[in-house]
Design a protein around this ligand. Structure first.
Ligand code: ADP
Length: 279
């Protein structure tokens, strides 16, 4: 399948202070993201996940190396809107993403900036709010909504721009378990509709839903592959102070007691199915 994002030897440095000292947040990352895929990126705080995410739609530009989005180099200023429209971003704190006093105006903000016709904007806003189950709140003020509801409005604002890819940077980190579940259901739904999903998360239970897991460590890609293969590297993952998903831990404990749980069982549903069939 075709790549939507190609990253070649990406180095990113922040300027730390006026003396010109730098922090090298990404130290040479090479990645290809296929159209329609669902990739989870995990890693400790400071491992470079957010910096990577912001390099994927031109919010940050490489210090060295190249990032291509749908073939456009993110440094090519002439295509900055093509890039932003192709790859939308959802951040951790919904309060920082909502700009209007009324939900539907907020969702319309992105498409308005793209210069889309009012009639088409109205259609997109209604559809996007329906997609995130927030249709009945369209005339409400965002500050009356719960954190999870605000995050759903923020997602609708991105969806209304019809991106091919959405990068979610810890979208559930500030939400309660119910809000988290709702956001993850929406992410699954968007993926099933063909949107390429890149999900940065520190919840292993969210990462196992992806079809690819990338573990970042100190500005490098430490592991990259299908979730069941990545989480087999339990020792390496623990050596960088990360956990493996609960079902992987339970599977290992059951195997130690002689119950032959296959290594590819990593989600709750898979474990329940296995146990129900176990004789
Ligand atoms: P993560 O998302 O995995 O927590 P980040 O990409 O936020 O990691 O950070 C990677 C490194 O870059 C860290 O060492 C962090 O302190 C540094 N960093 C992040 N943002 C800035 C910034 N605006 N200025 C200077 N250093 C930064």
């Amino acid at each position: 399948m075709e790549n939507i994002i190609t990253i070649e030897n990406l180095v990113f440095q922040y300027l730390r202070d006026e003396d010109g000292d730098t922090v090298q947040a990404l130290k040479g990352v090479n990645l290809e993201i296929k159209k329609g895929s669902f990739t989870a990126i995990i890693g400790k705080n400071g491992s470079g996940k957010s910096t990577l995410a912001k390099n994927l739609n031109g919010l940050l530009l490489p210090t060295e190396g190249v990032v291509y989005v749908n073939g456009y180099d993110t440094k090519d200023y002439d295509h900055v809107w093509d890039i932003r429209q192709t790859a939308g971003m959802v951040f951790q704190n919904p309060d920082n993403q909502l700009v209007s006093a009324i939900v539907e105006d907020d969702v319309a903000f992105g498409p308005e900036n793209l210069g889309i016709e009012p009639e088409e904007i109205r259609r997109r806003v209604n559809k996007a709010l329906k997609d995130v189950n927030m249709g009945q709140f369209k005339k409400k003020a965002p500050h009356f909504l719960s954190g999870g509801q605000k995050q759903r409005v923020a997602i609708a604002g991105v969806v209304a721009m019809k991106p091919e890819c959405i990068i979610f940077d810890e979208p559930t980190a500030m939400l309660d378990p119910k809000g988290r579940k709702e956001i993850m259901a929406i992410i699954d739904e968007l993926h099933s509709e063909g949107i390429t999903v890149i999900l940065i998360t520190h919840f292993m239970e969210e990462a196992v839903r992806a079809d690819r897991v990338i573990i970042m460590h100190e500005g490098h890609v430490l592991l990259d592959g299908e979730p069941e293969n990545v989480f087999e590297e339990e020792e390496l993952i623990r050596s960088v102070n990360l956990d493996v998903p609960l079902m992987v831990q339970i599977g290992a404990k059951l195997r130690a007691k002689g119950i032959n749980v296959p290594l590819n069982i990593i989600t709750e549903e898979e474990m329940v199915d296995f146990i129900c069939q176990y004789k």
